[in-house]
Design a protein around this ligand. Structure first.
Ligand SMILES: Nc1ncnc2c1ncn2[C@@H]1O[C@H](COP(=O)(O)OP(=O)(O)O)[C@@H](O)[C@H]1O
Ligand SMILES: [Mg+2]
Length: 1021
C-alpha cells in the first residue's frame, strides 16, 4: 500500500465552516441549534467537524464527540453517548459527573457506563429509559452553565435505535438548554430508501433550529490544492488532472491514490478497495454478477447492452439491478446505469478473474458489433475498439482502433483519436498483415497521429510522431508529404516556444515549388509569414500565399493570408482602431471563415482582432471580440488550442477597464482547464492575475504569480509581448514589497537584459512608465531620508529610461497615455531630485509649504498629471486615472492649493474603490487625511469637532487628533507641518491647544495619554 499522508490544513470548506460558526454563534447567544452534516464516505465530514471542534475549543467551548459503530442495529445501545460519557468521566472523575445530576443519582447513566455505579435495572423499562434521557439532558444542562458545549455524534447512519431516540429527544428539547450545539454526521450515500435514519432526518428537518448541509466533493481547484498540501509541493499538471479525474474530488480517495513520490498509484490500495467493495459485497449474488458485467462496460452502461451481455431479459435484469440502485451503488443514468463513484467500478473490475475479464470484454465487443444501437449514436466503433483491446485480441484491437479513429473523425475528441492511433502503432508489430488489414501503411498512421496530436494540443508527442514519419519518407519521391510533416513539426515547435522552427519551414518551402502543390506551398508560406517576432521583412511570404490561394480559389488559405497581412500592416504599433485597414482585412477573413468550415479562421480572427483593438485602447470592443471568439468554438478545440489565448485577450482589456472580478474569473476559468499547453500563455495569465492581486494589495499572491510566470517563461523563446509585461510586474512588485531601491534594481537589471528601445513600443512603454514610477518613488524617499545613494541610483535609471523613451515610437491613444505617464513621472521625479536636499520637507515661509520642493521650478505638476488622468479617462481605465489624480493632488497641495487637491482626491477615491484597488485607495485616504480633506464631504475639516476617539471626552477636532497622532509618534512641529501641509507655526498652535484640552503639560505627557487611551494604531510613514 502506498504511504498515505494527509493534508496538515483543511482545504476549502469555507462555506460549511461558516455555517458551523454561525450555528455556534447563535448557540452562544442562547439559541438552540443543531447541524446535520451529510456526505459520502471519505468526503471529509469528520475532518471538517474536528477542525471546527478545535476552533470551538479554543473559543472556550467544551467539545464532546461520540461515534456510532458499524455493528448492525442493536449491538451496543447508546454507543456514541457511552463514548461521550466515558470521556467525560475520564476527564472530570465519576463524582464530579454525579454531582452534576439532579438528586446526584447516576442510576440512569450507569446503564451506559458501569463505572457510574449500580445500573438502574428493575422497574418499568420505559420509565428507566425516560430517566436516562432526563439524566443526559440534566448533565448537558450542567455542563453548559460553565461553557458552551458542542456535542458531536459521528456516523449516525450506523446509530442504534436507542441512540437515535436519545438524539431525537435531545434535539427536540434543545430549547431548554442554552449553549448546546449538536452536530450529527452521517453518510448520505448509505441512506437507502428503507434506512432507519431517513424518517429521523425527515422529522428533525421540520424543527426550525435544525439545519442540514450536504458536504459536496471538492472542486477541481480544491483537489489540486489538497494534492499540493499532501505532497508539500505542486504536482505536475497532468497528475493534478488525473488525480481529479480518478478521485472525483473525494479527499479520502485523493489521499489513497497519491503515493508519497508524487505519482498516482496505479492500483487501488487494499484498504480503499475494501471500503469501496464493502457495499457491493452485501448485495445478492445475481446483483453482484450484473455489477461485474457493468464494471466492464465503462463509466455508464445502457440497460439493453447490460442485458445483452449478461444474458438476462428485461425483467430479470431489472430485478437484479434494483438492489444495487437501492444500496446506492449504481445510479440510473440516461437509459442505463453508472456506478456512484468511478472508483467503485474500478474496484469491481479489478476484482474480476483473468479469464472472466477477457470473456466479458469480448462479449461486449460482439454484442455491440451485432447491434450498434446498443450504444449511443457514433460510439459503436470506439466502444468496440476499447473492448477488443481490453480483451487482448491484438488483430481486432488494431482494426477496431483504426476504424474508430478514421470513421468517427471529428465526432471523436482529438485526444481520444490520438490514443486510438497510438494503439494502432503500438499493436502494429503484433499483427503481421496490419497494413492490408486496415488499408493504410505505417507512415499514413503516423501522419494521422501527427494531425491528431495537433488537434489535441499534444505538441511534444506531435514532434516525435512527425519525426518518425519523416524518417520513413523520401523527399524526392514524396515532396508534399514531407513538406507537410515539416510544417507540422515547425508548428509544434512554435507552440512550445522553441526557437528552432524556421529551418523546417524553409526546407519545406524548397520541396514544394508552386507547380508541385500550390496549396501546400501556400500553407508553408503562411506558416513562415506568421512566425513571430521579427517578421517585417518576410511580407512577401504572405503576399505570395495570398496570390496562390486566390489562384486556387482556396478561401481558407486566403483568409489565413488576409489575417497575416492584417497583422503586418499593424505591425509597428501592434494596434489598430476599429474601422482601420487591418481590421477591414480581418473582417474579410472572418466573413470567409463564416462561409466555409476552415478550422481556425474564426478563432484566429478573434485573437487578432482583440489584440489590435486592445492595442488601440478600445478595451470594450477588444474584450467583446475575444469573448465572441470563444462562442461557437467546440469545447475540445477551444480549450486545447485557442482557449488560453482568447482568455488572455479577454482578461487584458477587462483588467484595463477595472472589471477585475470578471478578469479573474476569465483567468481562473482558463487555468481550471489545466490544458493551456503553451508556457507563454500560462505565463501571461499569471502576469494579469498578478497585476490584479498587486493592485488589490495581495502582495503574496502577486509575488507567487510573478514567480510562476517567470518559471514558465524560462525555457520559452523571447517574445516581447510575453516577457515585457512580466518585467513591468517585477518592477511594481519590487516597489510594493521591498521599496524604491529594490524597484530601481529590478528595472535596471531588466534593462541590462532586454533591449527596450529595440522592442515593440506597445510592450516597451508600460515598462518604461513603470520604471519612471519607481524613480519617482525613489526620488521622494531619497529626499525625506537624505539618502544620496538612492538619489544617484534614481538619477541613473532616469537617464537610461529617458534615452529609451526618446527612441520609442508612439502609436495610438493607449501608447500615448503610457508615454504621458512616463513624462509626468519623469518630470515629477526630476523636480524632486534637482531640488534642495531638503526636498519633500516643508519650506520656511508659513502658508507656503512645499515651495522648497521645487515643483514650481519650471514643471507644472498639476497640469502634467491632469493630462495623464485625462488620457486614461479617455481610455476608460479607472485605475491609472486614479493614480494620476493622486499625483496631481499631491502636486496641488505642494503649491498650497488644498481645494484643487480635494477635488482630485474625491474623484480618485471612487475610481480606486470600484475595482477594489485597496492600496491606492489607502494612499488617497492618507493624503486626504494629511491635508485635512474630507473625501466624503465638501468642507475641509477645519475646526469642527470630529467624531471618533477624541470626540466628547476631550473635544479634539479631527485636525487636532491628526496632530496628536503625530505628536504621539514623536514628530517635531516641523515634521508635523510637512506631513500635514501646514506651516510649523500652525502646527505649534495645534499642539498647545491639544495640551490644553488634554490637561497635560508637555508633548511627552500628551503622547503617553494618547497611547494609554489607545487613540491610534501604529503610525506608518
Ligand atoms: N477539506 C479537507 N482538507 C484536507 N483534508 C481533508 C479534507 N477533507 C477530508 N480530508 C482528509 O480526507 C480523509 C477522509 O476524510 P474524513 O473526514 O475521514 O471523511 P468522512 O468522515 O467524510 O468519511 C481524511 O484523511 C481527512 O483528513
Ligand atoms: Mg468520518
Amino acid at each position: 500500500m502506498s504511504g498515505r499522508a494527509s493534508s496538515p490544513v483543511l482545504v476549502g470548506r469555507d462555506e460549511q465552516m461558516a455555517a458551523l460558526n454561525a450555528a455556534f454563534a447563535s448557540v452562544r447567544q442562547g439559541g438552540p441549534s443543531a447541524m446535520l452534516l451529510g456526505g459520502e464516505a471519505g468526503v471529509g465530514k469528520s475532518r471538517l467537524v474536528s477542525e471546527f471542534g478545535r476552533r470551538a475549543t479554543s473559543a472556550g467551548a467544551r467539545v464532546l464527540t461520540g461515534g456510532c459503530l458499524e455493528l448492525g442495529t442493536d449491538g451496543l445501545p447508546f454507543a456514541p453517548f457511552t463514548a461521550v460519557l466515558r470521556d467525560l468521566v475520564h476527564e472530570m472523575g465519576a463524582d464530579a459527573v454525579a454531582a452534576m445530576l439532579p438528586g446526584r443519582t447516576t442510576r440512569g447513566l450507569a446503564r451506559l457506563l458501569p463505572e457510574l455505579g449500580e445500573p438502574d435495572t428493575g422497574g418499568d423499562p420505559a420509565e428507566a429509559r425516560a430517566r436516562l434521557f432526563e439524566e443526559v439532558l440534566g448533565a448537558l444542562d450542567q455542563l453548559t452553565r460553565h461553557s458552551p458545549v458542542v456535542l458531536v455524534i459521528e456516523d449516525a447512519h450506523w446509530a442504534d435505535r436507542s441512540s437515535r431516540d436519545l438524539l431525537t429527544f435531545l434535539i427536540g428539547n434543545q430549547r431548554a438548554l442554552a449553549g448546546l450545539l449538536i452536530v450529527v454526521t452521517f453518510r448520505s450515500d448509505e441512506l437507502h430508501r428503507t434506512h432507519p435514519l431517513r424518517p429521523l432526518l425527515a422529522s428533525l428537518d421540520r424543527i426550525t433550529w435544525v439545519e442540514r448541509i450536504e458536504l459536496p466533493r471538492l472542486t477541481r481547484h480544491d483537489t489540486g490544492e489538497l494534492a499540493i498540501r499532501i505532497l508539500g509541493r505542486e504536482p505536475a499538471s497532468e497528475l493534478a488532472d488525473a488525480l481529479y479525474h480518478r478521485s472525483e474530488g473525494n479527499p479520502l480517495f485523493v489521499e489513497a491514490l497519491l503515493c508519497r513520490d508524487g505519482e498516482l498509484s496505479a492500483e487501488l490500495p487494499e484498504s480503499l478497495r475494501d471500503l469501496l467493495l464493502d457495499s457491493v459485497r452485501r448485495l445478492p449474488e445475481d446483483t453482484q454478477e450484473v455489477l461485474r458485467v457493468a464494471s466492464a462496460g465503462g463509466e455508464a452502461t445502457g440497460h439493453a447492452l447490460l442485458g445483452a451481455v449478461s444474458g438476462l431479459d428485461d425483467a430479470a435484469l431489472t430485478r437484479a439491478v434494483r438492489p444495487a440502485v437501492i444500496a446506492n451503488v449504481l445510479h440510473p443514468r440516461g437509459d442505463g446505469y453508472a456506478f456512484r463513484h468511478e472508483l467503485i467500478r474500478e474496484a469491481v473490475h479489478e476484482d474480476l478473474l483473468p479469464g472472466e475479464h477477457g470473456r466479458l470484454h469480448s462479449r461486449f465487443a460482439e454484442a455491440i458489433d451485432a447491434d450498434h444501437a446498443l450504444v449511443p449514436p457514433g460510439r459503436a466503433a470506439v466502444e468496440m475498439a476499447h473492448h477488443w483491446h481490453a480483451a487482448h485480441d491484438s488483430t481486432w484491437a488494431l482494426i477496431g482502433a483504426w476504424r474508430a479513429a478514421a470513421q468517427a473523425g471529428r465526432a471523436v475528441a482529438a485526444a481520444e483519436r490520438l490514443a486510438l492511433l497510438a494503439r494502432v502503432l503500438e499493436l502494429w508489430d503484433q499483427v503481421p498483415d496490419a497494413a492490408e488489414r486496415i488499408g493504410a501503411d505505417h507512415v499514413q498512421v503516423l501522419e494521422e497521429a501527427t494531425s491528431a496530436a495537433h488537434d489535441a494540443g499534444e505538441f511534444e508527442r506531435g514532434i516525435a510522431l512527425a519525426t518518425s514519419a519523416l524518417k520513413e519518407l523520401d523527399p524526392a519521391a514524396e515532396p508534399v508529404r514531407v513538406a507537410r510533416l515539416l510544417g507540422s513539426r515547425a508548428h509544434f515547435r512554435v507552440r512550445l516556444g522553441r526557437p528552432d522552427y524556421a529551418t523546417d519551414l524553409e526546407q519545406a518551402l524548397d520541396y514544394v515549388p508552386a507547380e508541385v502543390s500550390p496549396a501546400t506551398r501556400a500553407e508553408i508560406l503562411l506558416a513562415l509569414a506568421h512566425c513571430p517576432p521579427k517578421i517585417t521583412n518576410e511580407r512577401s511570404y504572405a503576399e505570395e500565399a495570398l496570390a496562390l490561394a486566390r489562384q486556387a480559389g482556396d478561401e481558407a488559405s486566403e483568409a489565413s493570408a488576409l489575417l497575416t497581412l492584417a497583422m503586418y500592416n499593424a505591425y509597428a504599433g501592434q494596434q489598430a482602431p476599429s474601422g482601420s485597414g487591418p481590421l477591414e482585412l480581418i473582417a474579410q477573413a472572418r466573413a470567409m471563415g463564416e462561409r466555409g468550415d476552415a478550422d481556425d479562421v474564426l478563432p484566429r480572427a478573434a485573437v487578432d482582432e482583440s489584440h489590435l483593438l486592445e492595442g488601440a485602447g478600445e478595451h470594450e470592443l477588444a474584450a467583446e471580440a475575444a469573448r465572441r471568439g470563444t462562442v461557437g468554438l467546440d469545447a475540445e478545440r477551444l480549450f486545447r488550442t485557442w482557449g488560453s489565448l482568447l482568455a488572455i485577450n479577454q482578461a487584458e482589456p477587462l483588467f484595463a477597464l477595472g472589471r477585475w472580478d470578471e478578469a479573474v474569473q476569465t483567468i481562473s476559468g482558463a487555468a481550471d482547464l489545466y490544458l493551456a499547453p503553451s508556457p507563454m500563455h500560462r505565463a501571461m495569465l499569471h502576469v494579469i492575475a498578478g497585476s490584479i492581486a498587486l493592485a488589490r494589495g495581495d502582495l503574496a499572491a502577486a509575488a507567487q504569480d510573478m514567480l510562476t510566470a517567470r518559471g514558465a517563461l524560462r525555457s520559452a523563446r523571447y517574445e516581447d509581448q510575453y516577457q515585457l509585461p512580466l518585467v513591468r510586474l517585477e518592477i511594481l512588485v519590487a516597489l510594493a514589497k521591498d521599496g524604491p531601491a529594490a524597484a530601481l534594481a529590478a528595472a535596471s537589471r531588466n534593462m541590462d537584459r532586454y533591449d527596450l528601445s529595440g522592442s515593440t513600443p506597445r510592450y516597451a512603454w508600460p515598462v518604461v512608465a513603470g520604471g519612471a514610477i519607481a524613480v519617482l518613488a525613489a526620488a521622494g524617499q531619497a529626499g525625506v531620508a537624505h539618502d544620496d545613494q538612492l538619489r544617484r541610483d534614481a538619477l541613473a535609471l532616469a537617464g537610461r529610461l529617458g534615452t529609451v523613451a526618446g527612441k520609442l515610437g508612439t502609436f495610438g491613444p493607449a501608447q500615448r497615455a503610457w508615454q504621458l505617464t512616463f513624462a509626468a513621472a519623469d518630470a515629477h521625479a526630476g523636480a524632486l531630485l534637482t531640488a534642495a536636499p531638503a526636498a519633500g520637507l516643508p519650506g520656511g515661509a508659513a502658508g507656503q509649504p512645499g515651495e522648497a520642493a521645487g515643483l514650481a521650478a519650471g514643471w507644472d505638476g498639476v497640469a502634467g498629471w491632469d493630462g495623464v488622468a485625462a488620457a486614461w479617462a479617455g481610455l476608460s481605465e479607472p485605475y491609472p486615472q486614479a493614480q494620476a489624480l493622486l499625483y496631481a493632488a499631491e502636486a496641488a497641495l505642494a503649491r498650497g492649493d488644498r481645494d484643487g487637491a480635494a477635488g482630485r482626491l474625491r474623484r480618485a477615491a471612487p475610481l480606486a474603490a470600484g475595482p477594489g484597488a485597496r492600496p491606492l485607495g489607502e494612499q488617497i485616504a492618507i493624503l486626504a487625511r494629511r491635508a485635512g480633506i474630507r473625501l466624503d464631504g465638501d468642507a475641509p475639516a477645519g475646526g469642527r469637532p470630529a467624531a471618533g476617539a477624541g470626540d466628547g471626552e476631550f473635544g479634539l477636532t479631527e485636525r487636532e487628533l491628526e496632530v496628536l497622532r503625530l505628536v504621539a509618534a514623536g514628530r517635531s512641529n516641523r515634521e508635523i507641518a510637512a506631513e500635514l501641509f501646514i506651516s510649523p507655526k500652525t502646527a505649534s498652535v495645534h499642539v498647545s491647544n491639544i495640551l490644553g484640552k488634554l490637561g497635560v503639560a508637555s508633548r511627552g505627557e500628551a503622547a503617553a495619554r494618547a497611547h494609554a487611551l489607545r487613540l491610534f494604531g501604529p503610525v506608518t510613514q
